[in-house]
Unconditional design. Sequence first.
Lengths: 831, 334
Amino acid sequence: MPQNDTLFTPKLTGCNYTTPDQRAKLTGTARYAEDFRAEGMLICKLLTSPLPHAKVKHLDISAALAMPGVRAILTADELPQPADSASDSGAMIKASPWSERALTMEPHYQGEPIVAVAATDEAAATAALEAIDITFEPLPFVIDPLDSLRPGGPNARTNGNVWLPPGKPGEQPCIGELKWTATDFETAGRERLPMGKTAAEWSYGDVVTGLSQAALVLDETFVTPNVSHQALETRSTLAWWENGKLHLTVGTQGTIQTVPAIAKWLNMSVDDIVLISEYTGGAFGGKITASVAVIIPALLAKKAQAPVMLRVSRADEQSIGRARPSLIGRMQAGFSKEGRLLGLDLFVIMDNGPYEQQGDAATAGRMGSLLYQPKAMRWRGTAVLTNTPTRGPQTAPGGLQVSAMLGPILAKAARRLNLDPLAVCRINAPEGRAPVGPPKADGSLNAATSAFVKEALDRGAETFGWQARRARPALTKGSVRRGIGVATGCFVAGTIGFDGLFVITPEGRLRLHTGIGNLGNESFSDVQRVVADAMDVPWEVCEIAWGNTAKPMPWSCVSGGSQTIHAMSRAALAASLDARQKLKEIAAKTLGGKAEDYNIGDQRVFRNDSSQAGISFAEAAGRAIKLGGVYDGHECPADVNKMTKTSVAALAGQGLVAVARDNFPRDGQTYSHVASFAEVEVDIETGMYRIVDFHAEADAGLMVHPRAFAGQLAGRSMLGIGHATMQKWFYDNQHGAPLSKRFYQTRPPTVLCFPEKFTWGSVGIPDPQTPVGARGIGEPPTGAACAAVLCALTDALGDDKFFRAPVMVDAILAASEPGTRALPGGLSANV
Amino acid sequence: MAIIRDGMPPFDLYQPTSVEDALSLADRLGSDAWMLAGGLDSLERFKDRLKRPKAVIDLGRIDELRGVRQEGVDLVIGSMTTLTEVSLHPEIRARFALLAEAAGQVASPQIRNQGTLGGNISQDTRCWYYRDGWNCYRAGGGTCYAGESPEGQNREHAIFGVEGCAAVSPSDTAPALVALEARLVIKKAGGRREIAAEDFFIGPENDITRLNVLGPGELLTEIRLPATWAGATFYFEKVRDRPVWDFPLVNIAAAMQLSEDRIDRARFVLGAVAALPWRLPRVEAAVAGNLRNAVADSASRLAAEGAVPLAHNGYKVALARNLVKRAILGKKEA
């Protein structure tokens, strides 16, 4: 049991409440980045590349600059060189020569920004873009990663086509060239992913023996889609300079952490940046520290000496708004006759886009090792560069893909072995301190802090009525076929080591400072419920300061990777313990005795032996100001982040300042899990299908805010369902051009696409390795939902029908024709 | 100079309150003017800078273009009547449920609230090459990127009547109007003509640059539904990838006059398989005088006769056959 659990008794934590941003959102008074206005504001528009890969041969902006209303034009050569940076431990991180820049003279995908114009209005800016005289020298390009790996295949960048691992420890990954042989392709045939050389690999156990001892070995190839993030709020940004400081309104997943990111891009001091981001209209990982495009209006504002709004249209967002990379996976999986996964050989090719190496391929291996607990496993993978939009981590990056690739394999194994798919999920499910690959340097595996997936499967199966549904006779109602599917998903669900910060004011109120981004999942507020419980105060005396770095903020995690509830509830508790100790010390100094003679309750600190003897929080805050030092923030703990120290200095003297770093112990890596169940009805004459019932059962520790928890389960399940059913890119490979750019072409799921019945539950067993017991829930529903629907479709129509997600009308119709396995487009994700 | 496809150019906005004023404006402004109905097609094209009218005539304030009324034996629907109104109107639902059903299947509730019947049948194709500004036949260029390019992406394109251009009509209501033998009233300054819905739509063999006969200065004012098919047996089905807010991959509108289970007369029209609503006269002839169950299989095989699928849209052949069979049998799940 956690050592501090006696200091935290959930009362408000775990209950629904009205979050502090809700009224503004419902009444429309919430201001997102593009809602801000500034006197004399200019509008910025982007000239983007019409080609997938080219060099700008000629650029003349003079005619555009002379047009009415045009105030400034920014080109790539005016961008500052990105600065090197330092990690929290002080290690130098060299600026990458391969990284994406805000503007470029060598665009690597159609839609990449080249020039930015600031003008008095949008029409003038757009007209000026049209007046720019620009010509290009086309360069070789590639859209499909397998085309690039072919002998003599094109490279997406002039110096290579893949990311290669560091040559030696301490170095950074680099871009190089990797080609497979013609024999690699011939050996694989048309339906299987060739298995040529890869850039990276790891293994544990003896995979060859695991496969050889298996009662059943499956060799499957599966393609997951490229999917644009498509957050509803585009990444518009307003920038202005005031007294030498840069002010920005942006959407971001991490308010405080975006400041150093911008400082790095602009090569300037964090002290000269004020960032405003009270509301962010959705983000799935693509706004973790906003994005590099925010420096465009910043530089233009300086140049034009006027505020500049970069108005990112939906078309721009489709280009620069990040996308999930497609993975092409080949999985050789060996099962015992009981369905246990004895050996897994996972081989993945990732469509990386042209810039920073994405983690999806590697994370797929890690999540696969956790989720299915193979007794022996090998992972091999390569990030292949393509001339397509920049990728970014999207909800469960790699986790979704591995569930989509491996979930249906478990179901197929169950059918081949005459087992219940639920039983095969269960026998392979992680349990307790489950091992996780890749292996450490000494060959041992990491361990999860806890896993209760079997419990989630059991509870979910009961709620869903799995066995009763399974026992039904096959549906033979005309052209409708029915199928059920069960699958699991997992993802990282917590980090550690961030700072908590709040002030008990002389009025006796608690002002809770946070640097978490507010992107709609409410975690910026939910974690503060821990403070209220730990301080034993009603929620009404708490107020949250968020969304503006002019209000001091502690070093907080970004609201990404499902880490916030875990990381910041710990930080909140750490700060609360600091506050409690300071209150007791102040009481002892005021009323006599020792700190341990006092306790906290009812907004007072009082003697253990006489509750009448005490002082109110308000009085204690006043005393803290008089005492100064650590009590009112004039002194700060040495172990908090330097940005927290700056914030504490700014708050000094305002009351009792509670500040602490999360130093609670944790043994293991933190993951959450979901078990999902789906029933589909497929009309084999039209290819359309309905998800008639869906259940998601979470294993994410203690629920901090049930309504937000349910929203995450539902919303992220829908994201996974979108990947299974309709959401993807279409590309013209010959011209290197994206064809699906609009919502009606990329088909993100809408609220009207919800399953006809949706239920959810939570195992609710607190994680023993974190004092609050809570883990994140944002990401694991995605893979579980995607895989459950894919399993249900296969259950309805039979094995060996689908090799690519999403499964759309044409795929269903092809699957419904006896003996056909249509492969138009080969293993491309974009057809 | 740079090619920009994102940002609506300025235009003069006119908001007449009568048809007469609208036509007068259209006559005066000539080819510089653009008639704007619900705007769901037009505004996208403006924003893409592919249509750059100097003047836009917004029809939204003309009351006489809205609503449903009985005129003699015809049920008359104003062209600016919204799709929601069409789908919910009791008279349309009672007598011409085919159209109500089709209108109710368009896109999403929000779009149906804004989109109009006239706009829905007059909209341009959604071919992703053409809409993205590629210089294809339809845009005045020299190829069809979807149909003629070796790596063309054409899963949503035509299987019938591909005369150069492989684009399809994206309308859900157009096949219904053709099936119902609707007549369309088109006015221009000093003139009025009334044509069969079937003649309103044109394929690439007639004019590869447009999908209907509307010319400069012309305004579609009324959709007239004759009593011919009132109360008949109808069937509408739309196949799409996303259950809401999606264009049809294929749709079918069928009207049948039955004596018990015998089909006396019928019209079958497929949508999204050609540049215009695609009537199936051979199917219609095959079913006439036959029992539904007896003729469904054989007649459905005629549905795809003449189809020439492209690399990625062969599934539409099966769909055409299956939808015709379902329409004949009158069952959503055959």
